[in-house]
Design a protein around this ligand. Sequence first.
Ligand code: PLP
Length: 273
Amino acid sequence: MTDKTQWIHDELEGLRQSGLFNTIRTLGSPQGAWLVVDGQRVLNFCSNNYLGLANHPRLIEAARRALDAYGVGPAAVRSIAGTTEPHLELERRLAAFKGVEAAITFQSGFNANLGTIPALVGKEDVIYSDELNHASIIDGSRLAGATIVRYGHADPEDLARTIEANRDKGYRRSLIITDGVFSMDGDVAPLDRIYDVARRHDFLLMVDDAHGEACSGAAGAASSITSVCMARSTSRSGRYRKPSASSAAWPPGSRSSSTGCVSAPGRSCFPRP
Ligand SMILES: Cc1ncc(COP(=O)(O)O)c(C=O)c1O
């Protein structure tokens, strides 16, 4: 009998041979400038714990109180029976922090993009996407089924040209998506000029500010939560980001947009009250 999974071993071996195999490392210490990784003390250059919140005493204390009150987990996803009052309180505070009506939290930036982008656009629509956008934006865009049109990296003029070249294609809705601070190179999207283009065309604009929230701009607070913000360009701009020292993401916006991120069939979802 043939081994029906031999191809997996072959492909993994191919990745190893070509140097593309992803070795996941094991942390043996708390977050900090120095870590223990795979048993060795190393200097940390790859954390999102930009503001050192991962082991901030107030957060540890709050987590302890939550453990005492709720145990180690809700034992269900939020859409079934796993939404607790602390989830809602966190979302109220995140919305207040962003000055928006509502926010919704996801387990990771990847989840946020998979939940949010298909809530905003579908197969009759078009996404204008910076060519260096994060991989999870590309995954969320593919899941949405919209036509994806790439524009030159951090180039509002190319964005405008690309929109012009596609304007007669009869798309229902148009969404521009960009990283805020780009994850690989650390450069910053020219958001004011991208916003002008979005506004001129009355398009939706979504900024995934995973690495910018609370670290750059006026807000100044803690970060490691990916935030993304979105808004109807005609009414106001928004962002969503990734704030917190753990792993999470939260798109802020209106109550209906938050609900939309999670309530359409087939999305990773949890309905808001
Ligand atoms: C811009 C951006 N969006 C989304 C993500 C995915 O976030 P996560 O690692 O929490 O899934 C990242 C990851 O760093 C990112 O840089």
